[in-house]
Design a protein around this ligand. Sequence first.
Ligand SMILES: *[C@@H]1O[C@H](CO)[C@@H](O)[C@H](O)[C@H]1NC(C)=O
Ligand SMILES: *[C@@H]1O[C@H](CO)[C@@H](O)[C@H](O)[C@H]1NC(C)=O
Ligand SMILES: *[C@@H]1O[C@H](CO)[C@@H](O)[C@H](O)[C@H]1NC(C)=O
Ligand SMILES: *[C@@H]1O[C@H](CO)[C@@H](O)[C@H](O)[C@H]1NC(C)=O
Ligand SMILES: [Zn+2]
Length: 421
Amino acid sequence: MQSHTHTHTLILILILLVLQTLTTTTSQSLPSPDPTTPLIIDTFTHLTHNALGFWHGPLENLRTTHPPNTNSITLHPTDPDQIYHTQLSPATCFNLRPYRRTHYLHILFTGSTSFTISLTQNNPHCNASHAPFPETWDSVPATPYAHGPHIYIPLWHFAIDHARALSVAFNGWYSRDPVTLFRVELVSAGAVPIGFPVPQRAENGRVVLRCSRPGAFAFGIDDGQPGLAQQVVRILEEEGVLVTFFVVGRGLRDPETNFSGVYGEMVARGHQVALHSDTHRKLEGLGSIAEIDREIVENIKSFRDILGIETRYFRPPYGTIGARTRQRLANYIKDPQIINWSVDIEDWLWADTKTPEKQREAFIRGVMRGGNLAVMHFLSPTTVSYFREMIQFVKSRNATIMRIDQCLEDPDSPPLKISVP
Ligand SMILES: *[C@@H]1O[C@H](CO)[C@@H](O)[C@H](O)[C@H]1NC(C)=O
Ligand SMILES: *[C@@H]1O[C@H](CO)[C@@H](O)[C@H](O)[C@H]1NC(C)=O
Ligand SMILES: *[C@@H]1O[C@H](CO)[C@@H](O)[C@H](O)[C@H]1NC(C)=O
Ligand SMILES: *[C@@H]1O[C@H](CO)[C@@H](O)[C@H](O)[C@H]1NC(C)=O
Ligand SMILES: [Zn+2]
């Protein structure tokens, strides 16, 4: 009898809960966060999933260890590209908009602060099978936000579409000192200790992985071999398309390369020529801000002196980017556009192997997944030999090939040239 009463009470409570949920969801479309309880994202209790039940883990060979008798994880970075993600959803989208103005990302940690904290944003499909995944992310440097074992970052400091939040990530290492994470959570402003020094949001550049203009496709072509340049020029002329070249300062200054002639001609022919650092190192991994600055300033100076151009567009060597590089770019360039990619021809992987055709496969795979901003080089004859075919493949999909500034609908970009086939 007693157990029956209990069961009935339980059912009643459940019904009330369901009713309550129904009324709250119908009266307002967004879930209303409870500002008194933190949203605990990760306590590093399980190897493969976080406190929300979603995946967390390292990528790019980031080594992790688990200190005994604590719920924590220690990260042992050796490269700025290494990254640790803790996901807010099963790789779909998590709506952080209700928290954006009121909540802080709180991280409890020990060790180095020589890294970046990122909030990633999923693509409009909220689907990991669509390229790009993630679509973009915003980053802050850990150091100015850290005080003792705590980091508090206002959620609005991350300039992403908060309705499509995907993960909190740790990356952009510029020291090999380990970091131990104990807790990642969202807390209300009232939970931030009084007097905790939270810095102002610093300007930075946005990271772009795809074209925004409907039906657009863009090739971003990085470093090349001088001997292959004329072949690339000819293909572009014959196919009647404009592209974007990312060019390092050092190569431009080196008279042996003839790059001042080659890229001068590219500019004259209407192509976009954009920044790619001065000496092609992983900028975010450099030990000092002065070194990052030099890479940016000398690249800008070479463009001004040799090509007579200025540009807001920058592609980081190796796609390596973190909070410091983003902020330093914004120090020298108004509203910098940091260009990654959503189609990788993987020439760095296949160009000089026995299976160079894998470049074509990688390119087609990227396009079929919805990617529309490519990365390639003209360092190998095999890559150049597939270039025309790739252009024609994009055309056969009815996409319009254009410069990256055009595909991003930049009001300062030249008007689209309608090419007659
Ligand atoms: C994600 O996209 C893939 C490829 O288009 C599709 O097969 C899959 O059903 C999608 N998943 C979800 C959850 O929509
Ligand atoms: C250098 O580049 C210019 C412009 O593309 C070209 O006209 C010239 O033939 C090139 N010189 C050599 C030696 O390749
Ligand atoms: C650049 O984009 C590619 C493709 O989406 C991705 O694999 C790579 O990790 C990105 N770079 C960084 C620094 O995240
Ligand atoms: C491209 O457009 C042509 C002509 O309108 C059409 O026949 C073809 O199916 C389209 N191809 C794709 C991949 O959309
Ligand atoms: Zn490069």
